[in-house]
Design a protein around this ligand. Sequence first.
Ligand code: ADP
Ligand code: ZN
Length: 811
Amino acid sequence: MRAIAVAVPVPGIGALTYAVPDEFPDPPVGARVLVPLGPRTVTGVRLGSDTCLTPAAGADGPGDLKALVDVLDREPFLPPDVVALAVWVADYYACGVGEAIATAMPPRAWVESERHAAITEAGEARLLTERGARREALEQLSGGRIVSVGSLARRAKGIQGVLAGLEADGLVTLTRPLKGNADASRTIRVAMLTAQGTEAVDEEVARLGARQQQALDLLRGAPDGLSIAALADEDIPSESISRLARLGLVTIERRRVERMPFDTASDRITRMPVIALTEEQQAAVGALVERASRRTYHAALLHGVTGSGKTEIYLRLAREVQQSGRGVLLMVPEIALTPAAAAIFRAAFGQRVAIQHSGLSDGERYDQWHRIRRGDVDVVVGTRSAVFTPLARLGLIVVDEEHDGSYKQEESPRYHGRDVAVVRARSAGALIVLGSATPSLESYHNAQNGRYELIALKRRVLDRPMADVTIVDMRAEYASEGPDVILSAPLRDALTSRLDRQEQAIVLLNRRGFATVVFCRQCGETFECPNCSVSLTVHKAAGRARCHYCNYSMAVPRACAKCLGPYLEQLGFGTERVEAEIRALFPGARVGRVDRDTIRRRGAIAGLLARFAARELDVLVGTQMIAKGHDFPRVTLVGVISADVGLGLADFRAAERTFQLLTQVAGRSGRGEIAGQAVVQTLYPNHYSIRHARQQDYTAFYEDELKFRRAMRYPPAVALINVVVKSKTRQAAMQDAEAIAVALRAPGLGTWTVLGPAPAPLGRLKGEHRAQLFVKGTHRTSMRKALLTVLEGMPEVRRRTIVDVDPMSVL
Ligand code: ADP
Ligand code: ZN
């Protein structure tokens, strides 16, 4: 009997082993199979035979494997290299292999029900003349019962072969396609002239109705045919076409059309064509094209200051690789925020580009995925999940803004798109380019120790100067202007002069909402989320106080919940308040706001950015979303309100994030012909992240930050695994976490250190208490193995435990 390893899309389950009954061909790696799992039948994906084989749940032993119910694909559905990548992800990030495989699957790939069998009239008639297994099967179905093949198989071994024979004889029908497996492409009906229609002579045509004659006329001018919808636009009803079809003059065929996910709004963002590369760009393209031509794995970190023209380098490199007959994957942090990248690549590669990201509708994702899988595409632009793209013959992966936290998925599988991309490039023998003006500490460290080649662009294109950064000490500002000031005097002045000169400004505050705390002046009570240990944020336009973690909301309170007094005060402020402040100070200014509150609707952000690019807005207020990658040449001022929002957080990446955010947002200023300025308001003007951002000195920041990481033993100095245990009470969470910590500290187990447990900084989240511990060490694999072994011994705790390998955020 043949046994295969199968991944099923159930959280926390490893590879399962199933037997392949004799009547089935061997499913290739990557093919979908239907398998019994407990009382259900589910779709799984066949894994490689090197994947460790464990008996299927409920089986008594390797000799008593459960048999699969059906083989859905003769050819691999997922390419085998993508299957191998998903297996790697499951292992490295300690999640179920099915969860990782599911991330790689397109929509509608999981079949929800199995094949059903029904008896035909001929079957009923022949029932009594059949013998043996055939007779038994027909009896099960007799009387019109429709029975799942799986349940028949549970009663009689080898039933699939029997049913196939009965189906061939016309005695039973097996339902296909299976639900969910249906071809979900969208089709339209297209009318075309037949030979008879083309040759129809005048007198023949004259006998037709006016609409039919008109239709023939139109179709003569359209050799590829016209859709029924297009003809309807010309007032030709579909009945006229049907009549022409009956006369044999026209055929109607169904044609598959792609659902186009491209934001037309971003097409309005036009770019000046680049005539000549700068010397630095030229050198970078030259070096990278040479690396790509080696056709072996190579990793490069492209560290180019903001405005140094990295996109142009990606584009030229991509063209070279495409022309050498290999595929290109461009990864961007969030497509909604960088629609320009997709638009630029689409302009350059036309129909050969596909887009993959989770913001697409199911239908669009389905179409894009299958286009790539069919080989209709050479270039894929996508977000982190695009790392699993079924693109063949990969020659180049570009990870733009590689430092960006959005590459890390904050739910299982907790993978980092950039790091998985490196693994994929290695196994594909491809070149990978990580680009950023502010590389992550990890990547720069890898460049320092020689694992990545470092390619630097130190200057902006056309010798444009970097923005001039002014730091405003808000302590002095509060002393002179009062404690309620939001826009400091220097920022107000700078805004005034930009508006006068009709230049544009960006104002950033990395906190949304109107007020961040509601507080009772009489008794000191604050309004907190009932589920999470955070205070509620007031959203004035919506009239709600909302939790930014679980989305709980209530009407903005008018009286204190505790003392019932009416003396409520709103403290703290977010982007909504800043927008209101700017509108009040500059009534003539056209102001737009970009944050999670204003872009709920799909496409809203692309629309806003396009309006800003078209200079229909003067000031754009927003959260970190507006700091990313955009290229608006008329922006000459960037204001940062409260640069230190992130510095108070108990997260070892706080300084890095602050530095990146400030450098990136300052990099949005002065990208055109007029020099730019940035005004940064802060309470900690001497913090090293702010000082170095002011100088836009990445290497100085890197050195200071690496010293801190080494001293405190944080990545990249060590490998880190974050373990969070959730429970109903704080005490229970702490106890369970303590048990894990104790087990990991057992003498002789390994050289890592275990910190904690301690209540997580967000001690309560979505109604659950959370305790946290860290495992730090130099050998990630043995740390993870030890942790998983410990957790295996406490399965109930395991279900409530988050294991985060290489965490980006430890709140
Ligand atoms: P980065 O991603 O490095 O911040 P971009 O790729 O967005 O920079 O380029 C910044 C701007 O410079 C864009 O408007 C781009 O069209 C322009 N640009 C790029 N290369 C050149 C060049 N060689 N000459 C003139 N303009 C260029
Ligand atoms: Zn909450």
